[in-house]
Ligand binder design. Structure first.
Ligand SMILES: NC(=O)c1ccc[n+]([C@@H]2O[C@H](COP(=O)([O-])OP(=O)(O)OC[C@H]3O[C@@H](n4cnc5c(N)ncnc54)[C@H](OP(=O)(O)O)[C@@H]3O)[C@@H](O)[C@H]2O)c1
Length: 248
């Protein structure tokens, strides 16, 4: 049975991705800080779900991930969903630093732990590592620096660049580790719960379906959905001297 770990599975996109992997027959390990929500998810298929509370900003997070992998009996797929994001037009330092702590430091800690786990697995043939797959939810917000959310857009750019770097490193080291960078547009979850009228909002269930499809197809990068693929293609063409004038 295929085994996946989803970190950030207690709500929103991660919760829906976990449910869809369950529906596809995976055995899953789920993690986040809010244990009661994880336990609710476990109750949907108790024999195929293992739970671990993990705060990715804490130093023991790698150790706890390894304990969850052991409890699950191994891991073929690591899905990193945990993240925070707020608009911060007044540049409150607490918001900026906590976002960096979670989306940059915590992300690097957990993705690194999963990568090293796969890299160190002995293969059945004795050559290289066995196949592993890391998927992470970054965002279209990493395409450009966004004035209303500086730390959010900057940390999402870090995530995308980090995943690209790991893809190259894995290839050059001959490691069979597939990397998938998922970049959704606006999704109707608690993360956007700030009464701002976000356009082109997508349902988390629909986004999760496209995420799982992209994982199954082992895509390198997937922007969700098609409207955001067009929008971000245009964003990339806008020179800095014009970008600074655009109201977001
Ligand atoms: N909503 C959007 O429009 C959108 C668009 C593009 C990308 N994304 C990305 O999608 C991911 C999921 O966000 P969402 O929209 O589904 O929002 P959400 O419902 O708020 O989910 C965030 C998840 O991250 C977990 N998390 C936050 N801080 C954590 C920490 N320190 N340690 C462990 N887990 C932590 C939360 O669990 P606990 O609180 O229980 O720890 C929760 O499971 C984020 O990375 C976000 O940047 C969202």
């Amino acid at each position: 049975m295929k085994k996946a770990i989803i970190v950030g599975a207690s709500s929103g996109i991660g919760f829906e991705v976990a449910r869809q992997l369950l529906a596809e027959g995976w055995k899953i390990g789920i993690a986040a800080r809010r244990e009661e929500l994880l336990m609710q998810l476990k109750s949907e298929a108790p024999e195929r779900v293992e739970v671990m509370t993990i705060d990715i900003t804490k130093a023991d997070a790698e150790e706890r991930l390894m304990a969850l992998i052991e409890r699950l009996g191994g891991m073929h797929l690591y899905v990193h969903v945990s993240g925070i994001g707020k608009q911060n037009r007044t540049l409150e330092p607490g918001i900026e630093l906590q976002t960096v702590e979670t989306n940059a430091v915590g992300f690097t800690r957990m993705i690194g732990a999963a990568y090293r786990y796969f890299a160190n697995l002995p293969s059945l043939t004795g050559e290289g590592s066995v196949e592993g797959h890391i998927a992470a939810i970054s965002s279209i917000a990493g395409t450009k620096g966004l004035g209303p959310a500086p730390s959010y857009s900057a940390t999402k750019a870090l995530q995308a660049t980090y995943l690209e770097a790991l893809e190259q490193q894995a290839h050059q080291r001959g490691l069979s580790i597939k990397i998938t960078d998922i970049r959704p547009g606006f999704v109707d979850t608690a993360l956007l719960n700030d009464s701002f009228p976000y356009p082109m909002l997508m349902r988390p269930e629909k986004v999760a379906r496209e995420i799982v499809r992209s994982i199954n197809k082992k895509r390198s990068v997937r922007i969700i959905d098609w409207r955001y693929r067009i929008l971000t293609a245009f964003w990339r063409l806008i020179p800095r001297c014009l970008w600074r004038m655009i109201k977001i």
